[in-house]
Design a binder for this molecule. Sequence first.
Ligand code: UD1
Length: 445
Amino acid sequence: MINVKVPLGVNVLDEIRVTGGKPLRGRVSVQGSKNAALPMMAASLLHRGVSVLRGCPKIADVYCMEEILEGLGAVTWWEGRDLYLDCAKADRTVISEENTGKMRSSVILLGAMLGRNGKGFMGYPGGCVIGKRPIDLHIYALKKLGASVTDRGNFISASCGKLTGAEISFAKSSVGATEQGILGAVLAEGETVLSHCACEPEIVWLCRYLRGMGAKITGDGSRNIRITGVGELTGGDMKVPADRIAAGTYLCAAAATRGKIIIENPPEGELDAFLEVYRKIGGQYEGKSGKLIADGSGVRFPVPFLETEEYPGFPTDLQSPLMAVLATIPGESHIRENIFEDRFKLAGELNKMGAFITASGRDAWIRGASSLSGCQVAAEELRGGAALILAALAARGNTSIKGASFIRRGYEHICEDFAALGGIIEDTGTTSYENIQIQEKNKAD
Ligand code: UD1
């Protein structure tokens, strides 16, 4: 008998179908943040007991991290929307290439494994579709903390006696490498000073989670973070914050369709650079009683120049959703992508729908169409895939988006949410979504 294992969230009918042309209207809540939840899961490995992530998003990347932690010996289960991780016996130190290849952020488990057991051996992290994505800064941070690390191209092995506090000065701002340094330093002996750190909100959320576990960290959210190592950590227990990228994606959907939506639980103060651009293109927004009311009906102005930057600049993860909006605005916009080298893959797909986008190196010039037309397009990665849904919701007629599994990696129920906002949208992978629910239930039982 041939046993075919279908990865969670992947369905042979890997397609999203949209009939566009209707402005989105209504209220929506955003999921817990993917990029906050994954490092919190990795941090849970530093406690030999139970930790809980409340309101954790049920997305393929979280399931993948859960599977990796189980492979290390953790016991995990869901109670409603809360993810429990019992890492009492998670003392294995090998993560297969099959698992690490599915997800870039698996690499931050190296610092956690070193902090816990002094060794880690893992396959090379995946996720190369938006650029080269090297891991030199991760390795640099761990070496500074006293680990001996060997990068053999397809696997990495690392070991240490006990990690020791150090001065770590990053040559470039990296979210993942900053997280790696933090995870390595919290149980290291003595004091660590990390400089030129990434300031993204997810770093702050990780540090809050770790402080709740007893870690001694100051300075997170600034370029310099100071950590005093402690002997052990207690269990983590925190609510996963709202996903700023999912919130931005939904705001872009309102803009692309010239709709009006209310986000019930907007991430506070994390979307300023994006909202500034939202206003420039003709969108309006207002914060009221903790909610964000966004009106995209007046969206009509192209953006002469916009570049992605590290936080608090315009986030690279919202560059593709914004490009989909600009594809609906006649006139020329110009985007420069400074973070990843290969993040304009969707341009060709948007052109099939009637936009006129030319991309060269890190620049893209977008001439939008007064009306996009539905057709068959393909997602090649997560944010670009979500952007194609936005274009499809704005377009006249029917669009079929292949490669929906890329989108499910990071969005918990994007199709259901857009349908609730009046979009005509169907995820043909719904059957697999139901299967996930059944698998989860079985796990809980
Ligand atoms: C994280 C986010 C991702 C977001 C990105 C930038 C997660 C799970 N993912 O990815 O959604 O788009 O931040 O905000 O949180 N670099 C190196 N050497 C390294 C590491 C990175 O040169 O060792 C470079 C990268 O190629 C890139 C830049 O640094 O050009 C920023 O990457 P980084 O901040 O590390 O992104 P990720 O942590 O992978």
